[in-house]
Design a protein around this ligand. Structure first.
Ligand SMILES: Cc1cc2nc3c(=O)[nH]c(=O)nc-3n(C[C@H](O)[C@H](O)[C@H](O)COP(=O)(O)O)c2cc1C
Length: 402
């Protein structure tokens, strides 16, 4: 078994190989919040490069809760464009799944001055996030239906699966964490109650898309925050996900308040030396569950991928940033010609590090979407400022058209 081996998922679908491009928010849409030529170009090229699975950047349920200005919002009116995107992204016979998400409180003030969340706990991060209001019971049920509907629209459009985004501090992750979920009804308190939202979404989605359509979940191994969603919580959730017939579990970690998935600042050096940030946790998952496992974060060498696959430590290798450091990363990596460098962009100011990192890689996405080559010469300052400018300018465009 190695990275070129195929993988049959519980629903019966088959991935041609074990390399997956993890989700990276594209931020390409105009004020119509639909996919456009940049999505088609980027994904057609990625498809041709040979990954077994491409997961889109998060696509959102509603315009009032964007993870970023420029997100795609998934609804029936966007079907013609979604079809074009799905068709380009599966040109090579690979899988492409939409990552379905709701930002909850992790949307900027440029998008929403009163976002929703399980409870009214404000995000502790610079000044760009408003205090949310707690969702009402009937709104929670509506959102569950909206997740399932978005999955169904993805299927109709021609995407070959969906990934439900339950990690990184977005709405589902807000329900899972005791720090952000202070509810006293059936959606908060005990772990069983905090996980109800996620499990209801999975069940509603399965009802809509049928038994043979892949449903994946991206979940935090932990939030890396005192009092937050813990490793023990996560291991308990994973057993339930297995029982619910989830086809692929992707492990990650952190939230906007502590972007572990990008910076890995709390990950032990010994773990980083083994490449994958979340590998220690993956081993714990493996001991207790047979759920197909994708691990993302810090993985860089083909040797590591092949030996981890051979030892059965994981089933799918997730990689994100390397796809943005090379014009044809997957093709060169799969053929053994390339070992990507670990490239980090740092400003030296702690509060800006995740913005610089995300900004730098977003600049590369934009270039690839326009059919240009990557350009590693963007400065830390430009990278850090890029996203603030992007959010502000695009949010204005969304309001006034453009
Ligand atoms: C520019 C950028 C955008 C990202 N957007 C998303 C996203 O939309 N959804 C998500 O789950 N993770 C997102 N991530 C996190 C990646 O999927 C991945 O977990 C992280 O980059 C670690 O993997 P890597 O070390 O291979 O880059 C993003 C990362 C980057 C660099």
């Amino acid at each position: 078994m190695d990275i070129h081996s195929s993988l049959k998922l519980p629903c019966g679908a088959v991935l041609n190989n074990r390399l997956a491009k993890a989700a990276m928010t594209e931020r390409f849409s105009h004020s119509d919040l639909k996919p456009n030529q940049k999505h088609y170009t980027l994904y057609e090229n990625w498809s041709k490069d040979g990954s077994g699975l491409l997961i889109t950047g998060n696509v959102l349920l509603e315009p009032s809760h964007l993870e970023s200005a420029g997100n795609v919002v998934i609804n029936e009116s966007g079907l013609p464009e979604l079809k074009k995107w799905a068709s380009a992204a599966t040109a090579n016979g690979n899988h492409c799944w939409t990552q379905i998400s709701h930002s909850g409180r992790q949307t900027t003030i440029f998008n929403n001055l009163r976002p929703v969340s399980p409870s009214n706990v404000k995000l502790k991060k610079l000044g760009f996030f408003a205090k949310p209001r707690a969702l009402r019971e009937e709104e929670i049920w509506e959102l569950i239906g909206q997740f399932a509907e978005a999955a169904n629209i993805s299927k109709t459009a021609g995407f070959t699966g969906v990934q439900i985004h339950a990690a990184h501090g977005y709405l589902i992750s807000q329900f899972l964490s005791p720090n952000t979920n202070k509810r006293t009804d059936q959606w908060g308190g005990s772990l069983e109650n905090r996980t109800r939202f996620l499990f209801e979404i999975i069940q509603a989605t399965r009802t809509q898309v049928g038994l043979d359509f892949p449903i994946g979940v991206k979940l935090n191994s932990s939030d890396f925050q005192k009092g937050g969603f813990s490793e023990d919580d996560s291991l308990w959730v994973i057993n339930k996900l297995d029982e619910l017939g989830v086809d692929l579990l992707e492990i990650s970690g952190g939230t906007y308040e502590n972007a572990e998935f990008l910076l890995a600042s709390n990950v032990r050096q010994s773990t980083k030396n083994r490449e994958a940030y979340f590998m220690d946790f993956a081993e714990k998952v493996r001991k207790q569950s047979e759920i197909p496992l994708m691990v993302t974060g810090g993985i860089r060498t083909l040797d590591f991928c092949n030996s981890a696959l051979k030892e059965g430590l994981l089933d799918v290798v997730g990689m994100a940033r390397p796809y943005l450091l090379y014009d044809h990363f997957a093709a060169e990596f799969l053929s053994g010609q390339l070992t990507p460098e670990s490239f980090s962009i740092r400003t030296g100011i702690k509060a800006f590090e995740d913005m610089a990192e995300a900004g730098f890689y977003n600049l590369q996405l934009d270039r690839l979407g326009q059919g240009q080559k990557v350009d590693l010469n963007f400065s830390p300052a430009r990278s850090a400022f890029h996203l603030v400018k992007h959010e502000f300018v695009k949010a204005l465009a969304n309001k006034f058209g453009g």
